[in-house]
Every structure is written in C-alpha cells, then in structure tokens.
Design a protein. Sequence first.
Length: 180
Amino acid sequence: MDAGNGTLARGVLHKLQRSYPDLFERCHYMIAERGPGQVAKQQQMLAGLPRVTWFEGSAADIPAEDVDFAFSNELLDVAPLHRPIMHAGVLRESYVGMDKYGAFIAVEDEISQAARDEIGELDTESIPDGIEITVSPMQTRWLRHMVEILRPGGNLMTIDYATKPLAEDPMSYVPRVYLA
C-alpha cells in the first residue's frame, strides 16, 4: 500500500525471488497508490518483476480478493488524527489553527462528529480532566477493511519508523513492525 518510489517493494520481491522461489511464483503484488506520478516511479523501479499491479485509490478501498499477506510502510503515519480532550467534564477537540499573523496555534472547540463517532461507546465520564485521546477514523476503516479482505489465517504487517532526532532517542530509527 502506497509504495513510495518502490524501493521496499523491489527489495521484498527480490528477496522472495532469491530465497523463496516457490512462494515468489505464487505471489501477486498489488500496490494501492493515489498519485499517478508515484506509479510511474514505482513502475520504473519494479520493471521486469512479474505479477505487480496497481490499484488507484486508497488502501482502505482495495478490492476484496483472496489476500494471504498485506503490508504497509508508513501508512498509519499519514492518517489524519482527531484529538478529543476532556475539560471540566466536557469532551472537546484540540485542533491546529492559525492566528492573525499566520502562525500555528492550538485551538480547542466542540468535538467533531468524526471524533465522536470514533469514540463510540467509550465511557467518557471516566476520562480525567486534561486527558487527550487520539483517534483516527481512517486508520480504523483501513484496519477493518484489511480484516475483511484477508483470508482466514492471513497476516497483516505494518512498518513504522519513529521521528525523534537520533541524539534524543537512538532507537527511534529502528523500524517498528506491528503484526496483526
């Protein structure tokens, strides 16, 4: 899903081809990509590799097929987040806004319907004052869709890299892999 310039996809496919040729022969590699410019870069990077196809659109809209294994790289990082926060017993939402000089500022306002829907049945009365919750309808929609299209026994792997400067946190550049 969203293969950047195709470097990781090429590495994965070449590794399969060299080390697991039987699996490689059965592999169909689908990339969900929204940007036509990126598709051209990926096609160039993946030239000569068989059974690579592109799905134009969101990773959350990949067609339901028999998927045994799906993975993403940095996908969850690009999902928009909502940040509900409890203040004086009222759930509000924290946003980024701009002041009259064009500088970014923190803004707090009524909670959006998207955030309210995502929170759903959560017992908000038990949330202490000042506590902020982070929710992402896009992440939830994508994860639910992946569960729907994966075959029983299928696997989902998403790779994420931390963003702290190396001096602050030397482990931040170690890929974090989440398997579901």
